[in-house]
Ligand binder design. Structure first.
Ligand SMILES: Cc1ncc(COP(=O)(O)O)c(C=O)c1O
Length: 445
């Protein structure tokens, strides 16, 4: 008898095919030659920003103080370590992050994700029914890809220099008419990935107002999730201090997602959610229990210790590093890519630049991409097949803009480069290869 293969759910089927970005990054990682090929594609933090010694000290301090850090190598509770929750609360209040005060926490609680901010974002997709999700364009492609595999419809609203354009959002909502009933939530990254555009306080406040009005209109609270992954990485002192959207929220619809990945270490896998106490937060806690009981307790206690001991100095150190890199990389972009760059975002926060080229396609079938990945088929460009010339990878804009959004055409001329992971000499070399790639494209037309 013929036997059929394992029956997959719709999500299973969609997940059995790796996302285009995953495929691209995997292809690149195979045969990656350290110190030769250059990876401007990954969202990895700079290794030098990770406080190795402090983490080692913190681990020792935790293990040698079992009265405070109880059973730290055992299972933890699903809401998260009480020590860490208190440290996060204190970190926000002491630093008055975004205007948060002691009173903010009268009605709000903190929960720790099972595995970074990503696990909290993923949990949302299981706890809210499928429907429409609004976000900014370009979008955080990793999460939006997950949402679409789970049957959500993502509507991406183009951003301007200050984040998601609220006028466009209002127009889109109006055009949806009775279709608005299908809206499930809003997801907005406050320092956007891929563009590093900083959402202005004005636009943030307006977003809260729009979603509050919408909630009243529909007769149901529509949650508005702000992803603060890069919020603590604003390294440009001319940027207005960022306010927390929690302070604008009258209705109890605003949630903020934070992570220690970018200021301490992604390997700790500590992400947290702050939001109104209630059934939604309760369901997140149960979900954390379902998928792994809790984040590793030892990591939570280490993170708690690090937040209690010298976090301000650590954040300053991280930002000093990225500020210098941002400035230098910007100079090289101007010097090497010059007029071929029609526009750019980034450089004030996080560690990405998002560039728009004037006339040159950047998608994975483009000559620009093929030149940089040494897949043109021309020996003089690619080098010998057993040992090609240095390869450079970036994230093409085609993967960052929504495929049925308004930015689809311009996205084909855009790309994200990271100045996080690689060191300056490698980034300089990569930009020189990009200049050569542009010359190659210009010669071909
Ligand atoms: C916008 C955004 N959210 C969340 C994350 C992931 O955070 P975590 O490491 O805590 O899972 C990232 C990582 O790059 C990100 O860019």
């Amino acid at each position: 008898m013929k036997i059929r293969d394992i029956l997959l759910s719709e999500y299973g089927k969609a997940s059995s095919i790796p996302s285009p970005v995953n495929r691209m990054m995997t292809d690149f990682a195979i045969g990656f030659r350290d110190g030769y090929d250059i990876n401007l594609g990954v969202g990895y933090v700079n290794e030098n920003t990770i406080p190795r010694q402090q983490i080692q000290n913190a681990c020792e301090a935790v293990l040698s103080n079992p009265e405070k850090y109880r059973a730290s190598l055992n299972y933890g509770g699903a809401q998260g370590s009480p020590n860490l929750i208190e440290s996060i609360r204190k970190f926000h209040i002491d630093n008055r992050i975004g205007g948060i005060t002691k009173n903010t926490f009268n009605t709000k609680d903190i929960v720790i994700g099972a595995n970074g901010a990503t696990s909290l974002l993923e949990s949302i997709t299981h706890l809210l029914p499928a429907g429409i999700v609004f976000t900014a364009d370009p979008m955080y492609y990793i999460y939006c890809n997950d949402l679409e595999r789970k049957g959500f419809t993502v509507i991406a609203i183009p951003e301007d220099n200050h984040g998601l354009e609220t006028d466009l959002l209002r127009a889109k909502l109006k055009a949806l008419g009775s279709g608005k009933a299908a809206i499930q939530f809003f997801y907005v990254v406050t320092v956007n990935n891929p563009s590093c555009t900083i959402l202005s306080n004005r636009q943030k406040r307006e977003l809260v107002e729009i979603v509050t009005e919408l909630s009243y209109e529909i007769g149901r609270k529509i949650p508005l999730f702000f992803d603060n992954a890069y919020r603590d990485l604003v390294h440009d002192s001319t940027v207005e201090p960022l306010e927390s959207a929690l302070c604008y929220d009258q209705l109890g619809i605003v949630y903020e997602i934070g992570t220690l990945s970018k200021i301490l270490a992604p390997g700790l896998r500590i992400g947290y959610l702050i939001g109104p106490k209630g059934t939604f937060l309760d369901s997140i806690i149960q979900r954390t229990s379902d998928i792994g009981f809790s984040a590793p307790l030892i990591n939570q206690e280490i993170a708690s210790y690090l937040l209690d001991n010298g976090i301000e100095a650590q954040i300053e150190k991280v930002n000093n590093g990225y500020r210098e890199k941002a400035k230098q990389v910007k100079t090289w972009i101007v010097e090497l890519l010059g007029d071929n760059v029609e526009g750019y975002r980034g450089g004030s926060a996080g560690f990405y630049y998002y560039l728009t080229l004037a006339n040159i396609a950047t998608d994975s079938n483009s000559d620009f991409f093929k030149f940089l990945t040494r897949t043109t088929g021309q020996k003089d460009i690619d080098g010998p097949s057993h040992n090609p010339h240095p390869k450079v990878i970036y994230i093409p804009g085609e993967h960052c803009v929504h495929p049925s959004g308004e930015m689809i055409d311009i996205g084909k001329r855009q790309f994200r480069i990271s100045y996080g992971f690689e060191e300056l000499p490698q980034i300089h070399a990569a930009l020189k290869h990009m200049k050569d790639a542009i010359d190659y494209c210009s010669e071909k037309v």
